[in-house]
Every structure is written in structure tokens, then in C-alpha cells.
Design a protein around this ligand. Structure first.
Ligand SMILES: [Fe+2]
Ligand SMILES: [Fe+2]
Length: 312
């Protein structure tokens, strides 16, 4: 039996009670926290310019090259919030639970860039001028949804929030600084709650429109790119971050995509029509490909590490 696909407007209407429920659940779980409490202000000193302080020097920088790259990528990603807000706002209703969620989510995300920037600036961990120049360039590029439409957007963010959670947490761990770890772990908790919100809404969408949801999931798994993929030199930087084990394809497959697919019971559902079945088969094939690619990358990385250890 082939049913008529629901329009984005119908889907939104049908999912509104779920969005309201998930918003309440989110508000009951989210804890307020204050970025300024996570920043070691006592380490700060004035910079050059109007305050005539000490200019940043390369010897000030902190962490390994890869951890620094990851902090910068994660911060620039958070900086691009106005573009994400716009993308979501153009896809959902401007009133009711959707609007209320969007406002809350935007305010919470805003904390992340504030906190990371303050931390990196006060500690002089990265070059603040280069960081600001990169922010200017990246924000002017903006962010455009990878696939258009309501379900495409919600399935993408279900994966993306979890990817960001893991990337923030591992970036903190890679810093070797307990203060940075504490900050990034705090941010990762927010990202986890965001993931739960989107993932639960899509779980309900699967019951309302199983085939359309499955097709949207296929698009998001197949075409996934991190939200910061538009950052200058992103490909090279992503490799550096993967080689350092901060975020790699194995983590992406096993800790991000698979757990979310399992929660949606994608591989067990028996309510798909031909379209849904086909999309599920394609997702299964993609997951298997990803597994092979991830193993290949891990082997190469192990070989590289062994070579470097041999040289050392
Ligand atoms: Fe964030
Ligand atoms: Fe988030």
C-alpha cells in the first residue's frame, strides 16, 4: 500500500504535541549554568591595542596542535549560531511550541561560544587575532542545510547534536587541562539534551510517517557533514582531529549514527512501504561501508603511530 506523503505543514501540526512534551521534558532536565564561572580570569592580562598590554606570542599557545585545531573548529562552529537559527526558523512555525523551543535552544547554544571564547582568550591558548579573522570569514559564509525540508532538518540535527557532544567532550579531554575539560564536559551535557529533544521528535515522526522519516534519515546519514564543514581548510583540519582520535569515522559510526538508528528501531520496524524498505537497505549498506572505511583509517593511523614511535 502506498500512502500519500504528508506535507511539511501536516507533519509539523501532527508533531506539535510531541514538540511541546519534549520542550517540557527538556526544561525539567536542563540546568542553568554560567559561562563566567568556568573561565580562569585570574590568568588573564591585557592585550596590545587600546589597552597597550602584551601582544599574543606563539609561545603563549597551549595544548597539542590537534587539540588547538579542534578547539578552534568547535568554537567557530558555535559562532555560526545565527545561521543555524535562520535555517531552523525558516523550516518551523513562528509560534507555539516550535518557536518556544527555538528560542530556548538558541539561548543555550549562545552560551557555548561565549564560554569557549572567554576561556581561549584569557588563557591565550590560541592566537586571538587569527581566531577573530577566522570567525569573520566563517560567519559571512553562513550555513545552509545539507538537505531541504522539515524531516531532513530534524534528522540531521539528531545526529549533529550527538556528534557535537562527543567532539566537545573529546576536545576537552585532549587539552590535558582540567579546567578546559570541565568546561567542555559542561557544554557536552547541553548538546546531549539537544540531541534527546530532536531524536525523540523524530522517533514520533517515524510512527506518523515511517517511509518519509526513513527517507529523511537516509539523506542525513549519507550526506552528513559536521556543521562547521564550511570553515576554511576544514578537510585538512578534520583529518588532523581524526588522526588525534578526537573525532574520527569510527566514533561517528559507532557512537553517533548507530545508537540513534537503534533508538529509532530502524532495522526492526515492520511498518515500511517499498520506499522505506529501500531507504533502510541503503542505510544498512552505508553503515557497512562506513565500518570498512573506519577500519582502514584505524589501520593507517596505527601504522603512522608505529612509524613515529620508531623514529622517536
Ligand atoms: Fe553548542
Ligand atoms: Fe546543541
Amino acid at each position: 500500500m502506498v500512502s500519500t506523503p504528508l506535507t511539511d505543514e501536516q507533519l509539523q501540526q501532527d508533531l506539535e504535541p510531541i514538540v511541546a512534551r519534549e520542550l517540557d521534558r527538556h526544561l525539567s532536565m536542563a540546568k542553568d549554568w554560567y559561562p563566567h564561572e568556568y573561565v580562569p580570569w585570574s590568568l588573564g592580562e591585557d592585550f596590545e591595542g587600546p589597552l597597550d598590554g602584551r601582544a599574543w606570542e606563539e609561545s603563549d599557545q597551549k595544548f597539542t596542535d590537534a587539540a588547538r585545531t579542534s578547539f578552534i573548529i568547535n568554537l567557530l562552529t558555535e559562532d555560526n549560531l545565527p545561521s543555524y537559527h535562520t535555517e531552523i526558523a525558516t523550516n518551523v512555525s513562528q509560534s507555539g511550541a516550535y518557536a518556544e523551543w527555538l528560542g530556548r535552544w538558541t539561548a543555550e547554544e549562545g552560551r557555548h561560544s561565549i564560554a569557549i571564547r572567554d576561556y581561549l582568550t584569557v588563557t591565550r591558548a590560541v592566537d586571538p587575532r587569527a581566531l577573530e579573522d577566522a570567525r569573520m570569514r566563517h560567519m559571512q559564509e553562513g550555513f545552509h542545510a545539507i538537505n531541504p525540508g522539515f524531516l531532513a532538518g530534524l534528522t540531521y540535527v539528531s545526529f549533529q547534536e550527538l556528534a557535537t557532544r562527543i567532539s566537545h567532550r573529546n576536545t576537552g579531554n585532549a587539552s590535558g587541562d582540567p579546567l578546559a575539560e570541565q568546561l567542555m564536559a559542561r557544554i557536552a551535557l547541553d548538546e546531549n539534551l539537544h540531541m534527546l529533544f530532536y531524536r525523540n521528535v523524530i522517533e514520533a515522526a517515524f510512527d506518523i510517517a515511517p517511509d518519509q522519516s526513513m527517507v529523511a534519515v537516509l539523506g542525513s546519514v549519507r550526506d552528513f557533514a559536521m556543521p562547521g564543514h564550511g570553515i576554511e581548510g576544514f578537510g585538512r583540519k578534520a583529518v588532523e582531529i581524526a588522526v588525534a582520535g578526537i573525532y574520527d569515522l569510527r566514533q561517528h559510526r559507532d557512537e553517533v549514527v548507530m545508537p540513534v538508528l537503534r533508538k529509532w528501531r530502524v532495522f526492526e520496524r515492520d511498518d515500511f512501504g517499498p520506499e522505506g524498505e529501500q531507504a533502510r537497505d541503503e542505510v544498512a549498506a552505508l553503515m557497512s561501508d562506513m565500518d570498512t572505511q573506519a577500519s582502514r583509517f584505524e589501520e593507517k593511523r596505527d601504522a603512522l603511530k608505529a612509524r613515529l614511535a620508531g623514529r622517536g
